[in-house]
Write a protein that binds this ligand. Structure first.
Ligand SMILES: Nc1nc2c(ncn2[C@@H]2O[C@H](COP(=O)(O)OP(=O)(O)O)[C@@H](O)[C@H]2O)c(=O)[nH]1
Ligand SMILES: [Mg+2]
Length: 212
């Protein structure tokens, strides 16, 4: 975005980093709703199932000199797309593994994805377990203590959010950004170079569906 570029040139110390982030988890846990809340600050009860994966971007300002752009791949949770997920997490620097705090089975599925990421993804990938639907806390089946104990055991981060109310969504992405290697100059420079290439390849929208 031009605003990012101008802020870079006007402030010599400004830092701009770009990271690929993938969302994984069982179908209907709210992956797409989390992304839409983060990117568009909106929520719908009638969200259609994701086909293959969707791509969106969002930029956050960590402080006046530090900008982080997330390139977000929102994957489909259905079994038939499971084998495609590696295409999206292979080069990701961050992953949100989402479960629904009202559905016990969804934490089991999340554990499967965490193990898969720890075996197959980049060794330095920042993994965050995300318990969604915090607005339904009266129907809660998985306690915060249980999820947190699991996350601590595997040395990954844990956030509880509600895509519906927006509670904790921005803070969760911010916590991820703070764990990423923002000081790595070569990463920032490479990402800027890549950005030129990416822009010429992608249509000029901030959302795509990909069933490939
Ligand atoms: N109550 C509540 N419902 C949610 C929340 N997030 C998603 N949903 C609903 O859960 C369903 C599945 O959401 P979706 O984002 O499509 O899940 P995905 O398959 O994981 O991408 C939809 O009906 C959403 O409206 C939330 O935070 N609270
Ligand atoms: Mg979806």
């Amino acid at each position: 975005m031009p605003s990012e570029i101008s802020s870079q040139s006007s402030t010599p110390e400004a830092r701009f980093s770009q990271f690929k982030l993938v969302l994984l988890g069982e179908s209907a846990v709210g992956k797409s709703s989390i992304v839409h809340r983060f990117v568009k600050d909106s929520f719908t009860d009638l969200r259609e199932s994701t086909i293959g994966a969707a791509f969106l971007t969002q930029t956050i300002q960590l402080d006046p000199n530090t900008t982080v752009k997330f390139e977000i791949w929102d994957t489909a949770g259905q079994e038939r797309y499971r084998s495609l997920a590696s295409m999206y997490y292979r080069n990701a620097q961050a992953a949100l593994v989402v479960f629904d705090i009202t559905q016990e089975s969804s934490l089991e599925k999340a554990k499967y994805w965490v193990k898969e990421l720890q075996k197959q993804a980049n060794s330095n990938i920042v993994i965050t377990l995300v318990g969604n639907k915090l607005d339904l806390s009266e129907e809660r089946k998985i306690s915060e203590d249980e999820a947190l104990a699991y996350a601590n055991e595997l040395n990954i981060m844990y956030c509880e959010v509600s895509a519906k109310s927006g509670q904790n969504i921005k803070d969760c992405f911010r916590d991820v950004a703070l764990k990423l290697p923002l000081d790595n100059k070569s990463n920032s420079q490479n990402q800027r170079r890549n950005k030129t290439v990416d822009l010429s390849k992608r249509p000029n929208t901030n959302e795509q569906q990909c069933a490939c």
